[in-house]
Design a protein around this ligand. Structure first.
Ligand SMILES: [Zn+2]
Length: 135
């Protein structure tokens, strides 16, 4: 698995590929088969998306962090510009937060896999066995 030298354009491209739920290694394989079901390996090139069980925590961090930034930012901006009733604000932004976390789940996990790719952390099972000497 040879990779072009890291650059800001490569980073943006791979994050976008992840956002579009495609394998960051080959850019063809689908990462998800359903709303919440991630393929363990790429159906096109065979890299394992998450090797250890806790690797999806990074995706959760992206998801929850972005949800909070958007909710709080949206709350304060709409409060400054429109001054809606506070109860309507809270109901709207809490609902937005919940829906955002659900619908951004796959994208945040896939973007975390893209970050793992950019950090040279994606391998096929054979490459991983060679790298760790488990043959
Ligand atoms: Zn692939």
């Amino acid at each position: 698995m040879t990779k072009q030298p890291n650059s800001i354009l490569l980073t943006i491209r791979k994050l976008m590929v992840g956002f579009l739920l495609r394998c960051p290694n080959c850019e063809h394989g689908a990462m998800f088969t359903g709303l919440f079901n991630m393929n363990p390996v790429c159906p096109h090139c065979g890299v394992r998306f998450e090797r250890l069980s806790g690797e999806s925590v990074g995706g959760m961090f992206i998801n929850l962090g972005l949800a909070e930034v958007l909710s709080l930012g949206g709350f304060f901006i709409s409060q400054l510009l429109l001054k809606p009733p506070i109860l309507a604000q809270v109901i709207f932004w809490v609902s937005f937060n919940i829906l955002f976390v659900v619908f951004f789940y796959r994208h945040s996990r896939a973007m975390w896999v893209a970050i793992a790719y950019l950090a040279n952390g994606l391998y096929t099972d054979e490459e991983y066995a060679e790298k760790t000497g488990q043959r």
